[in-house]
Design a protein around this ligand. Structure first.
Ligand SMILES: [Fe+2]
Length: 480
């Protein structure tokens, strides 16, 4: 018997159905020229979590698509059929314990030596060399059929890929088509080992690096410039003894500095350097560039722990520090040190995107999800739920909001250029929002330069929370 009553009270998302919606309900108008698919990864417990204080990050992976063509949209949603999903389906119950702690798993599936086998693949739809993957940083990705959303199997990238894990945030150089990716805890649970590599546009690994992190930390995202990769770490720490004692994978140590591993794209392992800064959460990045002897890193950052599930190791209460959009500068002529400047002091979440054609290059706009207190959300949202998506203009230091109406909790927006040669920012944002009063999910098509709504697609149900989304055009994935 499945009993979600307690898990629901603790906020565990569980829709637990797969779905096809042909010809979705649309208000407004989708330009006929818009042709592609929006893939989104969701958190959707197949069975209730084993522990009621479990993080939402441990929920089963679920992928959905809005196929947009000829002014219409068709929706599809499927579980990612991970090994974990299949084992649970076979057993008819939850078999897995705490987030990234295989010691707490049922003996029938416990495999401490291969923690990547228990990944939920729930974080980002990633396109690499013409294939679609469901990724999560604690394991290797699962390939997904871009039309049917059927799971095709776990990808190991051959003998060249030498890590148990694969990041959910690889970066693509728009000038060369190269993809840069990494895996951390690469040699097993809690290891300091980080594996980094470069794929060419055909998916062949052409360059590899390896380093030992100053301390094992959650390494969720990275920055890429034309000359460097920068991977930030910080206050999330772990300890194999904690895992053996049945605790969660991460705790927060406020005395740990943030650190930045700087990897020269044309250098070797011996050229990797570390720069240390104050206590920070740096979860997602926006854009970066190398300017002569300086590396300029931009994106959201927060002073302290932004993960409510990961407790302070000294028992300090959780304070939910806000992210603000910042510029961090690393001076390559100095031995150490990170200079920090707040570019926008409006509290935002860490979910930030740009026009990805501008990655590593000069850029003007960043797109964010945030709670804007100027809008009446109808009393249905929490303090940190995003009621808006916004466009940060780094040239004019202005924030332009898109507010879809009361009682909508928005997710991260995705930018789509109007055409491959359109100037930066000329195109569309797609952002999903959950309508809490009508228990539906809406997808907003927004003209990115004006931040005005062009169309609203309404699903006849509320989907489970989105993590990240990715837009694919027919020239990047085989779409039908
Ligand atoms: Fe992420």
């Amino acid at each position: 018997m499945v009993d979600f009553s307690q898990a629901r009270l603790s906020g565990a998302p569980a829709a637990r159905f797969e779905v096809d919606v042909h010809d979705c309900e649309i208000t407004g108008s989708i330009p006929k020229s818009l042709d592609g698919a929006l893939y989104r990864m969701h958190l959707d417990w197949l069975y209730p979590p084993a522990n009621l204080d479990e993080t939402i990050l441990a929920a089963d992976g679920y992928i959905s698509s809005f196929r947009v063509k000829d002014g219409r949209a068709h929706y599809k949603g499927r579980y990612v059929q991970t090994e974990r999903y299949l084992r649970q389906m076979e057993a008819g119950r939850q078999l897995y314990g705490y987030y990234r702690n295989p010691y707490t798993d049922d003996p029938s599936v416990r495999d401490v030596a291969h923690p990547g086998a228990r990944t939920t693949a729930n974080t980002t739809p990633v396109i690499l060399a013409g294939k679609l993957y469901a990724t999560k940083e604690d394991g290797l990705p699962y390939e997904i059929d871009p039309v049917t959303l059927a799971t095709k199997g776990q990808q190991s990238f051959g003998a060249q890929w030498d890590s148990e894990t694969f990041t959910a945030h690889p970066k693509v150089d728009p000038l060369t088509g190269q993809t840069f990716a990494y895996g951390y805890e690469a040699q097993g649970l809690c290891s300091r080992d980080v594996f980094v590599c470069c794929f060419d546009r055909d998916g062949r690994i052409t360059r590899k690096w390896r380093f030992q992190a100053p301390h094992t930390s959650m390494l969720h995202d990275m920055w890429l410039t034309q000359e460097h990769l920068v991977i930030p770490g910080g206050g999330t720490i772990t300890d194999l003894e904690w895992l053996k004692a049945g605790k969660m994978h991460w705790g927060w140590d406020s005395t740990r500095p943030s650190w930045h591993a700087v990897i020269p794209r044309n250098g070797g392992d011996e050229d990797i350097r570390f720069f240390f800064g104050p206590e920070r959460s740096i979860v997602h990045t926006a854009n970066a560039r190398t300017e002569r002897n300086k590396i300029v890193l931009e994106g959201p950052a927060a002073n302290g722990n932004t993960w409510p599930w990961f407790k302070d190791i000294r028992g300090a209460p959780y304070s939910a520090p806000a992210n603000t959009f910042r510029r961090l500068t690393l001076d390559l002529d100095s031995k150490d040190g990170v200079a920090e400047e707040v570019l926008f002091d409006t509290p935002i979440t860490s979910f930030t995107r740009i026009d990805e054609r501008c990655l590593t290059l000069p850029y003007r706009y960043a797109y964010v999800q945030y709670a804007d207190a100027r809008f009446d959300s109808g009393g249905r949202l929490g303090r940190t739920d995003g009621n808006c998506v916004g466009r940060l203009d780094l040239h004019t230091s202005t924030l332009t909001a898109f507010f879809p109406g009361p009682a909508r909790a928005l997710h991260e927006p995705v930018f789509i250029p109007a055409s491959p040669t359109s100037p930066e920012g000329e195109g569309y944002l797609l952002a999903a929002g959950d309508n809490l009063e009508q228990a539906t999910t809406e997808l907003y098509l927004i003209e990115a330069l004006s931040m005005r709504e062009l169309a609203r697609i309404t699903l006849p149900f509320r989907s489970t929370p989105q993590v990240h989304g990715t837009w694919a055009s027919p020239d990047t994935l085989p779409l039908r």
